[in-house]
Ligand binder design. Structure first.
Ligand code: P6P
Length: 336
C-alpha cells in the first residue's frame, strides 16, 4: 500500500478522468452519501451517551419494530441528498413508498435506494452494523418519477456500496470497475483509500448462516452445511469454520476481506416469502460488490442481479461469496 493518501474525492475524480464512467452528478451523489455515513457513524458511536439506543415506538414497512437509530439514519440520508439536484427520488427499507425530491429542489437523473442501518438488532449490544446503498438511473424518457422507475434488475445499478460501523468506519464502493475500500480518518474527517481491486478467494473454509433455522431449510442447503460440518472426514475433505454476525454488512465485509460464503436461504417458516433479505437495497448492492470482487451471488437458482423486481420491498433468498462455494450450493439446488 503506497504511503500516498488518496481521499474518496481524489479517487472519484481520478476514476472519472481515467474512464469517465463517473459523471459529475454521480460523483456528487457518492460524496454526499459518504458524508451522510460519517454523520450516521457519529450517531452510532455515541451509543448510550447520545440517548439514541433502544426502540422507537414505530414499525417499518416490514412490520419490524424500528430502532431510534434506524429513523435517525433514514432522516440523515434523506436530508443530505434531497437538495443536491442529483436525485429524482429515494427508496428506503424504513419508508413504505418512495420519497420524491420536493419541488423546491432541482430533480436529477439518479435514484438512490438504501437500508439506512442494517443489522439493527445489534445496535444495543455494540456489534457492527452498517448502511447499504444502491444507485440506479431513472429510465430514459420517464416523465416525473414513480415506484415503477425503481423496479430495475440489479444489473442496471450504476453504483453500490455500504458503510460498516465497526472498530473502523469503512466505506466500500463499486461503480463497475472493481471494489475499493475507504477507512474514515476521524482526525481529518475524511475517507481515505485503504484497499482497491478487492478480490474474494474462489474457495473458502468459512460459511455464514443462522444455524438455528436448520430444521426449516430446503434439502440442498442442508446437504451443503452437513458436508461442511462433516469436515476432513466428510465429502469436502477439509474442516470448515462458521461465522454469523446477524448483520449482513459485517458478514459481507468479512467475505470481501478474506473470503467465505453467506447464506440466508428460503425456509419453511414463511413458505410464501422467497427469503428474508430485501432484493432492491440489500441483496442487489451486495451482490454487485461481490461479483465485482470476483465472487458470485445467486438466489439458489438464478443470478441475483438478473432478477426482475416486481415490488419495491420484495425479498429474496441469498447465497453469495466465494465463487466455487456459491456454484456448489447452486448446483445442489439444480440437482434438487
Ligand atoms: P437473523 C439484519 O436484520 C438482517 O436483515 C441482515 O443484516 C442479517 O444478515 C439478517 O437480517 C439476520 O437475520 O434471522 O439471523 O436475525
Amino acid at each position: 500500500m503506497s504511503t500516498k493518501r488518496i481521499s474518496l474525492t481524489r479517487y472519484l475524480v481520478e476514476q472519472q478522468r481515467v474512464d469517465g464512467h463517473i459523471p459529475s452528478q454521480l460523483r456528487l451523489l457518492l460524496e454526499v452519501v459518504a458524508r451522510a455515513c460519517k454523520s450516521i457513524s457519529q450517531a452510532v458511536n455515541k451509543g448510550d451517551l447520545g440517548g439514541v439506543l433502544g426502540a422507537a415506538s414505530t414499525e417499518n414497512v416490514q412490520g419490524e419494530m424500528q430502532k431510534q437509530l434506524d429513523i435517525i439514519a433514514n432522516e440523515v440520508l434523506i436530508e443530505a441528498n434531497e437538495w443536491g439536484g442529483h436525485l429524482a427520488a429515494m427508496a428506503s427499507e424504513e419508508m413504505d413508498s418512495i420519497y420524491v425530491v420536493p419541488n423546491r429542489y432541482p430533480q436529477g437523473e439518479y435514484l438512490l435506494l438504501f437500508d439506512p442501518l442494517d443489522g439493527s438488532s445489534n445496535i444495543d449490544v455494540n456489534v457492527s452494523i452498517g448502511t447499504i446503498f444502491s444507485v440506479l438511473k431513472k429510465p430514459e424518457g420517464s416523465v416525473g418519477v414513480s415506484e415503477q422507475d425503481f423496479l430495475q434488475a440489479g444489473a442496471q445499478q450504476v453504483a453500490a456500496g455500504y458503510c460498516v460501523y465497526g472498530p473502523q468506519t469503512t466505506l466500500v464502493l463499486t461503480v463497475g470497475d472493481g471494489v475499493a475500500m475507504f477507512t474514515l480518518d476521524r482526525e481529518q474527517g475524511s475517507f481515505v483509500l485503504t484497499k482497491e481491486n478487492v478480490e474474494i478467494p474462489p474457495d473458502t473454509k468459512e460459511f455464514a448462516i443462522n444455524m438455528s433455522n436448520m430444521r426449516h431449510w430446503d434439502a440442498p442447503v442442508k446437504r451443503y452445511v452437513d458436508e461442511c460440518l462433516a469436515g476432513k472426514e466428510g465429502p469436502r475433505g477439509k474442516d470448515f469454520n462458521m461465522r454469523w454476525v446477524a448483520s449482513m454488512v459485517a458478514d459481507v465485509h468479512r467475505i470481501l476481506t478474506r473470503g467465505g460464503i453467506f447464506m440466508y436461504p428460503w425456509d419453511k417458516r414463511e413458505p410464501n416469502k422467497p427469503g428474508k433479505l430485501r432484493l432492491m437495497y440489500e441483496a442487489n448492492p451486495m451482490s454487485w460488490l461481490v461479483e465485482q470482487a470476483g465472487g458470485a451471488a445467486t438466489n439458489g437458482k438464478d443470478r441475483i442481479l438478473d432478477i426482475a423486481p416486481g415490488k419495491l420491498h420484495e425479498r429474496v433468498s441469498v447465497i453469495l461469496g466465494s465463487k466455487n462455494e456459491v456454484e456448489r450450493v447452486t448446483a445442489y439446488h439444480r440437482e434438487g
